[in-house]
Design a protein around this ligand. Sequence first.
Ligand SMILES: [Zn+2]
Length: 251
Amino acid sequence: MKRALTYIVLVFSLLMTGNASAYTLVIDPGHGGKDAGALGFISKEKDINLAIALEFGRLVEQNCPDVKVVYTRKTDTFIELDERARIANRNKADLFVSIHTNSTAAGKAGTTARGTETYTLGMHRAADNLAVAKRENSVITLEANYEEKYEGFDPKSSESYIIFELMQDEHMKQSVKFAGLVQQQFATHAGRVNKGVFQAGFLVLRNTSMPSALIELGYINNRQEEQFLNTKDGIAKMSRSIFNAFKSYYK
Ligand SMILES: [Zn+2]
């Protein structure tokens, strides 16, 4: 309930402030601290994610002075999934990028599976969001002067939700566009196998109210890919690829 209210307040404040403030990019290195993520032969997912996330952020800060970079973590610390989304919402992020490394169920046994994937929030989730928001938002009618307070927003009228649908649809389109650019860059700039763009209901993306994507850099239990992701060259190429994608998306 609190979450839905936060959501509606956030959407209203976005509508009212427009795009007066600087562009904010939230970078989310997956896992950290007691949560190592997937395990490879020579490394842990949390460390690969962090190294590439920090380098991506450094490139943005160096080349895009009008973009504010916010990290969900900059060190080896444990952050809850919900808190990652809250950081993005609190900072009124324009784009949320979560960085992960894949693994197959085979784990330490190793795999020949390889390639990068980028995920956006699934369609089913958008419909979910709307139904939940509609139900939860109706509590505002219990507040005095809600019509005045929420600028004539009627939680029971479908018309009031058209704006939500448009915004969710727009977020989805933008997320898919960014995800496609990331995958393209991984293939052309970093020479990776492009496994494509997919939709799924990732928890970390679920509570963010802006375009978002979750990147899987490759398979940590594929010896070659793990090796690559742990070299200076690999880190530079992967972070540069995400940066290139961001640059053309942001333009
Ligand atoms: Zn992960």
